[in-house]
Unconditional design. Structure first.
Length: 145
């Protein structure tokens, strides 16, 4: 018999730990690949980064796609959780809809927060931050809604 009494449990634990490590490494790799693929998708001129014009272009396209009733605004339902009530509050007034100019202004604000290097270019490292994730929510379409 290959397994000796008393060594079965340590062997099982070692196998489980190895499997867990592989899953975690795979998830981390997948997250990195996902951000990289997002960057490639948004980088329309293929210069290795996303500038504000590319981000706004993607956001404009997404706005049109989300505007299901084609009224030129997005309501909370059409936003699918991309923005919070706080995001929709201006000068103490909560808005129920956003027009495209308002949406693009929020995109620009999030772009500036994500662009920690202040060079006007979002690179992969910046896209992988919480601020980059907040920007990504406004400029990419996610199917799992």
């Amino acid at each position: 018999m290959l397994m000796q009494p008393g060594r079965t449990i340590p062997l099982i634990v070692a196998i489980l730990l190895s499997g867990t490590c592989l899953v975690l490494m795979s998830a981390s790799s997948e997250a990195r690949r996902s951000s990289a693929s997002i960057l490639r998708m948004l980088d329309t001129n293929r210069d290795g980064h996303v500038d504000l014009a590319e981000a706004k272009s993607a956001a404009s396209t997404l706005f049109d796609r989300l505007d299901q009733d084609k009224d030129g605004t997005l309501d909370v339902k059409e936003l699918h959780g991309r923005l919070t009530k706080k995001d929709l509050t201006t000068e103490g007034k909560e808005r129920t809809t956003l027009d495209k100019a308002e949406y693009l202004a929020i995109v620009e604000e999030r772009f500036k927060k994500a662009n920690v290097s202040n060079d006007g270019k979002i690179v992969l490292k910046e896209l992988d931050t919480p601020a980059g994730g907040a920007l990504t929510k406004l400029i990419t379409y996610v199917i799992d809604q």
